[in-house]
Design a binder for this molecule. Structure first.
Ligand SMILES: O=C(NCCCCCn1ccc2cnccc21)c1cc(-c2ccc(F)cc2)cc(O)c1O
Ligand SMILES: [Mg+2]
Length: 214
């Protein structure tokens, strides 16, 4: 096929969603993924849980690891208070190019900083590059075997503070067993599992919400 799935997803957004209307962008992507082609967005069911956690935290500084096509960046950024910002990290330049356009279609480019690169390279540079102290909220949705090392790196770099909320996608499917064991056993975290389903399917999945106690 000449076009990629992310390109077809973006075309569906440009065709079916209204500019500067984040909810219409979210709906256009969910419709595309449910009725045309499955794609690995957090989706509507887990997205509702993501929304509730973002509303509860109301973060001023937020980090997302794994932008893909920008779906969860739109879900998060639309709920941010004025002056707040989301930094989202994407390793794949093709995904990043699509995510930028999806975020722009939603009219949220002023609230989102999309950065291309690997978490291991970027996390140690977050403070000086973005002038931030700590993150209020972190959404983990990148390589599942990077969740644990990157969480430890965030701790070591002093990017977490008392009360920082980590929310991890896919802790059942594809799964992040070492991460789950760590946040559930560590005395530095208060962890809770939100049972759900793999986006657009009936397969078991869920989100793990972990509050850093320092
Ligand atoms: O793999 C997933 N996501 C990660 C994609 C690659 C991220 C790469 N990346 C981005 C930023 C970044 C920074 N540093 C290093 C690497 C980085 C994923 C997979 C499934 C899934 C797939 C098939 C299936 F049959 C069932 C489930 C569902 C999901 O919801 C997912 O999120
Ligand atoms: Mg995911």
């Amino acid at each position: 096929t000449r076009t990629t799935r992310p390109q077809r997803l973006l075309r569906a957004v440009q065709k079916n969603a209204t500019r500067n209307n984040p909810l219409s962008v979210i709906s256009a992507i969910d419709d595309f993924c449910r009725h045309r082609e499955w794609a690995m967005n957090v989706g509507d069911e887990k997205g509702f849980i993501l929304d509730s956690v973002v509303n509860e935290v109301s973060p001023v500084t937020a980090l997302e690891l794994g932008a893909y096509c920008g779906y969860s960046a739109v879900r998060i950024a639309r709920l941010l208070p004025p002056g707040a910002c989301l930094i989202t990290l994407e390793f794949n330049p093709d995904y990043a190019a699509i995510a930028r356009q999806v975020i722009a279609w939603a009219g949220l480019e002023d609230k989102v900083q999309l950065v291309e690169g690997a978490s291991g390279d970027w996390i140690p540079r977050m403070k000086e590059h973005f002038g931030i102290e700590t993150f209020d909220f972190v959404f983990l949705d990148h390589w599942k075997d990077s969740y644990l090392p990157d969480t430890k790196l965030l701790e070591e770099c002093g990017l977490l503070r008392k009360g920082t909320v980590l929310l991890a996608d896919n802790v059942i499917c594809p799964g992040a067993p070492d991460y789950l064991e760590y946040v559930r056993k560590s005395l530095s975290y208060e962890s809770r599992f939100f049972k759900s389903h793999l986006e657009y399917t009936k397969a078991e999945d869920g989100l793990e919400k972990s509050v850093y106690l320092s």
